[in-house]
Design a protein around this ligand. Structure first.
Ligand SMILES: C[S@@+](CC[C@H](N)C(=O)[O-])C[C@H]1O[C@@H](n2cnc3c(N)ncnc32)[C@H](O)[C@@H]1O
Length: 352
């Protein structure tokens, strides 16, 4: 064994950081769920007793949680006063749900991957899929809240305007399908921005459609917004001007079939917008922090979801533009371009 001690030390150091992050993931979920981050950001500096009182929680647990947060660098600790606080930057990432860099909801996504781990381990052996409807409940709301940040800050402001002529149609009054809509956050954001247009959200997971309907009702969006249970290959035709797929085409078993269905249900002059996780075309170009998150999510969520469906193409969450272009082309959408991008998303425009 020819072990290089410097390389070994460096790797052990890296793993220490990773183990610390993994050990603290459930604490992040607890902080989000019990309002510990939000309360500390709003009312801090606070002692553990004050934070416990403000959140109706037990001081001994909160004290230990705060110590772990301070060790993680997620909150600040003042040794003189014994008080904890959050900087504006820590609040933007962990406390403030409306900030453009909010990541506080990721704990529920991570916990879903652990709750479903035995199903995924079995699937590694059998090669079978694990469908969206077989997953723990927290995956659905965790996904909705995790993606909301990007949609809230980019969809209406940047992504739709990057598509050729789409905003003008939406302003005049257009028909829009949001396929694989989940809890329908993207649908609602578009509906709120374009009051003359009609929006149809479709998802094959009944629980998500129920949640989307309730949220649209609570938002008072009325008859302009409808949600129905349909797969990407069965939703009804309505001469759509815009058909959107937000972070879901790669989850589908038959994305080519889905593209063919878009071609048949969309108007001849319509636009298909594919929002997919940012990825380069080659694995070696995705070996970075963003690729690391997406490959992990792809292994335990997206790939099993696709393998559970007919065809089971399993594009994976790092398919990349070239592969997605080929899927759209095979579905009859031959005009294809990258409309825009963020560090986390590719925004692709596909037209007949
Ligand atoms: C990662 S989630 C994204 C949800 C939502 N678009 C968002 O961005 O928050 C993927 C969604 O695709 C849906 N889905 C997967 N395969 C589908 C299919 N064949 N037809 C319709 N929906 C599908 C799942 O139920 C799930 O809601």
């Amino acid at each position: 064994m020819d072990v290089n001690p410097d390389k070994l030390n460096a790797f052990v150091g890296k793993m220490l950081g990773d183990v610390g992050a993994a050990m603290n993931a459930s604490l992040m979920l607890i902080g989000d769920k019990l309002g510990l981050y939000k309360t500390l950001a709003a009312k801090g500096p606070l002692t553990s007793a004050e934070l416990a009182q403000a959140t109706n929680t037990s001081e001994r647990y909160v004290r230990e949680w705060l110590a772990a947060q301070a060790a993680s660098g997620y909150v600040d600790y003042d040794t003189a006063s014994g008080e904890f606080s959050m900087t504006p930057e820590q609040d933007m990432v962990l406390g403030n749900e409306d900030s453009p860099v909010f990541m506080g909801a990721v704990g529920s996504l991570i916990s879903a991957t652990f709750l479903d781990e035995s199903k995924i381990s079995d699937a590694f052996k059998t090669g079978k899929g694990v469908g969206w409807n077989q997953r723990s409940e927290c995956l659905f709301c965790g996904t909705a809240r995790f993606f909301r940040t990007g949609y809230k800050h980019h969809l209406v402001q940047e992504w739709l305007p990057a598509l050729d002529g789409v905003v003008e149609k939406l302003k005049r009054g257009a028909a829009v399908a949001d396929v694989g809509c989940g809890h329908g956050i993207s649908t609602r954001l578009m509906a709120e921005a374009f009051p003359n247009s009609r929006f149809f959200g479709f998802d094959y997971h009944p629980g998500s459609i129920e949640a989307a309907r309730q949220a649209a009702k609570d938002a008072g969006l009325g008859e302009r917004v409808r949600f129905d249970v349909h797969s990407a290959k069965t939703f009804p035709a309505a001469g759509y001007d815009l058909v959107c797929f937000f972070d879901c085409l790669h989850d589908m078993g038959d994305p080519v079939g889905a593209m063919k269905h878009v071609r048949e249900t969309m108007s001849d002059d319509g636009t298909c917008m594919l929002v997919e996780p940012f990825a380069n075309d080659r694995l070696e170009d995705n070996l970075n922090p963003v690729g690391r998150i997406f490959y992990a999510a792809s292994t335990v969520v997206c790939t099993p979801a696709s393998l559970d469906q007919e065809v089971g193409l399993a594009l994976g969450a790092q398919a990349g533009e070239a592969r997605l272009r080929e899927v759209a082309r095979q579905g009859g959408l031959t005009r294809f371009r990258r409309a825009t991008e963020t560090p986390f998303n590719l925004i692709l425009e596909a037209r007949a």
